[in-house]
Every structure is written in structure tokens, then in C-alpha cells.
Design a protein around this ligand. Structure first.
Ligand SMILES: *Cc1c(COP(=O)(O)O)cnc(C)c1O
Length: 422
């Protein structure tokens, strides 16, 4: 059908059908999870009495903003948290993670990342790169990490000793810009047990980016204390225009709220402007949209495996996040792929992405993001740091048919540059 609208080589469309035929089982699993989570979210809306009046935003200080309070409650219930801080004021996931760490940690405290090196943008927050910028290290908070094992899995044996004396243990659920496997909620449960064996008093914080609603439970269900993420990824459902969240233990969410605003004010202030309706509606849609993104991801993995590339995870793997990584082996292939994704985007399809020096990253990055919301990665997007192992990370897809078309146009773009063997 795609060939009626786009120039796609016939051999590619045939291969796409083959790729899709293999996906019946993973697609069924994805639909089942989406149905479960969508029902859970609907129940949270009804249980908390969401009303049209909650969509009307506030201005100024935002005192007594009922919509803001109810959104926190609905979100908390949807992710199994005691409380949540869901705000458009978080400028990104990194900001929300930074607020959470600065909210909990004090001078002299120690943070231990138990899943190896955290996501690129966290390096400057922690103080692994840069100096005198107000990082955790500048405030006298020390950092240690437990490297992943050679196969990319967490080192459960080393974790108990490493977290002795740590105030915060930090877990990253999704693979980030690495090829290590993403951690399922069950894996996170095993890590939590290892942390508790070493130090039952450590607060466990999970970078939950890209994981929300990919499984039936979130990491709070297996003993994490806080989860943190971005609203222009999964839980914003492609509708929230900006923002992030922190959810989990009530006392810790409160500490974080004092860091986001000020001690004493916390959650009681922060006007919502015109953002409430989009955040509510995005949360409502999120499980279904995550399902579409997962199907897009599985399709891409299946297709590129048939095209002879290493693709992570396998297309039929149990999924805990929406990320797929394709090892395309050369900078030219990465660039052609991202340009093809851009061509298949509903917005800015005529733009040609080029590698650039993105703030917070230490190598050049090429990104395809023809999105309604700038930088949104619940919408079909692809990014690739131009460095070993020359892999592209793709995620998102508001609808499966559009996501599928985008992936095919990426393959077509590589084919047209002579970078694909058929
Ligand atoms: C996206 C992401 C973040 C935060 O990134 P922002 O672009 O600041 O929202 C953090 N950790 C992981 C694993 C991510 O994927």
C-alpha cells in the first residue's frame, strides 16, 4: 500500500511484509499490555474524578490549582506511586532527574549508579564532566558506579558492597546510547534486592525514561522509591507539549518539590498556564501510543535483521522500553537512515538533518525529528552519536502505520545511496 504514496523499492516492500509476518506474537503481547495499562489509566481518571474544570489552567503563583493536584494523583495511581510531581516546569527528563538527585542528596552524601555509566546528559549533573558548574560534585556529593558486566547486565554480586554508605542508588532502566540490554521491571526487582542486601536504608531512584507503560508494572512495584522521566517521551502520549515527572514515596516527592520550587512552597505553587489539558490527555493516550511505538520498534528490528544488520533487542524479545538500536556500521549509513526517517515525518519532512554538537553530549549527534513537539521522542525519531559502534537508536511512532512508513523510508534512503544490499 505504501507504494501508492511513496517511492519505495518493490523488494523492500516485499521484505517488509515478511518482517511483519514474523511479528504476530510480539504484536499480540504489546496489544495486551496496552489494553491493561489503558484500562488502569482510565480507572485512575474515574477514581480521582477528573472533570473538565481541571483543564482550565492557572496563572501567577498557581495557588489552589485543582487540575495540578488531581493530575498528580491520577499520574501517581497510574504508575503505582504514593505521590507524584507532574509539571510542565521540568524542561526535560534530565532536569527532572537533576531535581530528584539534588532534592534528596546533601553535602557529604554518596550516590552510587549500580547500572554502569548513566545517560550522557547526567554526566555533567553528577560532575563527571565539567567543573564549577554547580554539579552534585561541586556541592560535595560523591559518586561511585558499579560497572556492568561484560555482557551488559548488572553486576548483582558487586552491588551490595558498593552501596554501603550510599544515600541514593541509581538505576537506569533503558539502554540509553549503549547496546547493553534495557532492564525489565523484573530485572530491576533483582537489583533492588541486591541493594537492600547491602544497605536497606538506601533510596532507590530509577531513571524510567522510555519505559513507562511498556510493561504492566512500573519499577515502584518491585521496591524502587522514585521513578523519573520526561513528558515528551512515553507518559506525555505525544500530546503534552513539555514537562517531566517524579513519582514514588510521598516524603521523597515532597523533598523534590522543594528543589523544583523552594523549601516551604513545594507542590503548593506553580501555575499550569494552558498545559493541564494536554498533560491529562497525553497521560490518557499514553498506553496506546506506547503500544504503537512498540509495534513500530518491533517492525524496525524485524526488517533490519532481515536486511542483515545487528538489531537490539531481538524483534521477538519481551519489551521494557520503546528503544530499538540498529548497528549500521558507518557514519554514512547513520546519516542516510536518519535523513530517511525525517523524510517520512509529518512535520518538516523537507528538512535534511546533519550531524551537530548537541549540548550535553560529547560527540556529534545526528537526529531525525519531524515532530509536532520539538525534540519529542514518543514521536518517530532517530538519533545517532557519530562514534563507535555506529548504531542508530530509534524510538516512537504515534501511530503504527505512520511509524512503519517512516522505517521503510529510512531503508529506502539507505538503498538510494547504495548503502543497502538487497
Ligand atoms: C531521554 C533520556 C533521559 C533524559 O533526556 P532528556 O532529553 O533530558 O529528556 C535520561 N535518561 C535516559 C535513559 C533517556 O533515554
Amino acid at each position: 500500500m505504501i507504494e501508492q504514496f511513496f517511492d519505495v523499492d518493490e523488494r523492500l516492500t516485499e521484505l517488509a511484509h515478511k518482517a511483519e509476518e514474523r511479528c504476530a506474537l510480539p504484536f499480540a503481547r504489546i496489544s495486551d499490555t496496552a489494553e491493561y495499562n489503558e484500562t488502569k489509566v482510565l480507572h485512575a481518571f474515574i477514581h480521582n474524578g477528573v472533570s473538565e474544570s481541571h483543564f482550565k489552567g492557572s496563572t501567577g503563583y498557581g495557588y489552589d490549582d485543582r487540575g495540578r493536584e488531581i493530575l498528580d494523583k491520577v499520574f501517581a495511581e497510574a504508575v503505582g506511586a504514593e505521590d507524584a510531581l507532574v509539571r510542565h516546569n521540568f524542561v526535560s527528563g534530565t532536569h527532572a532527574l537533576g531535581v530528584a538527585l539534588f532534592g534528596i542528596l546533601r553535602t557529604g552524601d554518596k550516590m552510587v549508579s549500580v547500572t554502569g555509566r548513566p545517560y550522557d546528559t547526567m554526566e555533567e549533573v553528577i560532575g563527571l564532566r565539567g567543573e564549577g558548574n554547580g554539579s552534585l560534585r561541586d556541592f560535595g556529593i560523591s559518586y561511585a558506579e558499579v560497572p556492568l558486566k561484560a555482557d551488559g547486565t548488572p553486576d548483582l554480586e558487586a552491588i551490595p558492597a558498593a552501596v554501603s554508605g550510599a544515600k541514593v542508588a541509581y538505576i537506569q532502566r533503558s539502554r540509553g546510547y549503549s547496546l547493553r540490554p534495557s532492564l525489565t521491571v523484573e530485572d530491576i526487582g533483582n537489583i533492588v534486592q541486591a541493594i537492600k542486601r547491602g544497605n536497606p536504608d538506601t533510596f532507590i531512584l530509577v531513571d524510567n525514561c522510555y519505559g513507562e507503560f511498556a510493561e504492566k508494572q512500573e519499577p515502584l512495584a518491585v521496591g524502587a522509591d522514585l521513578i523519573v522521566g520526561s513528558l515528551i517521551k512515553n507518559p506525555g502520549g505525544g500530546i503534552a507539549e513539555t514537562g517531566g515527572y517524579i513519582a514514588g514515596r510521598k516524603d521523597l516527592v515532597e523533598l523534590c518539590s522543594y528543589r523544583l520550587t523552594t523549601p516551604g512552597m513545594g507542590k503548593e505553587v506553580g501555575c499550569t498556564l494552558n498545559q493541564s489539558r494536554g498533560m491529562f490527555m497525553g497521560l490518557f493516550w499514553a498506553p496506546s501510543v506506547v503500544g504503537n511505538a512498540l509495534k513500530t520498534s518491533v517492525f524496525a528490528l524485524s526488517l533490519f535483521e532481515l536486511l542483515g544488520y545487528e538489531a537490539y533487542p531481538r524483534y521477538d524479545a519481551y519489551r521494557t522500553d520503546i528503544i530499538a538500536a540498529l548497528r549500521l556500521n558507518t557514519a554514512e549509513a547513520l546519516t542516510a537512515f536518519c535523513q530517511g526517517i525525517q523524510k517520512g515525518s509529518p512535520v518538516d519532512s523537507f528538512v535534511t538533518p546533519e550531524p551537530w554538537d548537541m549540548p550535553g553530549y560529547d560527540s556529534q549527534v545526528i537526529m531525525a525529528a519531524g515532530a509536532f513537539t520539538l525534540g519529542s521522542s514518543i514521536e518517530l525519531s532517530a538519533d545517532a552519536p557519530l562514534r563507535e559502534p555506529y548504531a542508530v537508536w530509534i524510538q516512537g511512532g504515534l501511530s503504527y502505520p505512520s511509524g512503519r512508513a517512516g522505517v521503510l523510508l529510512a531503508a529506502q534512503s539507505m538503498l538510494e545511496k547504495g548503502l543497502l544490499k538487497l
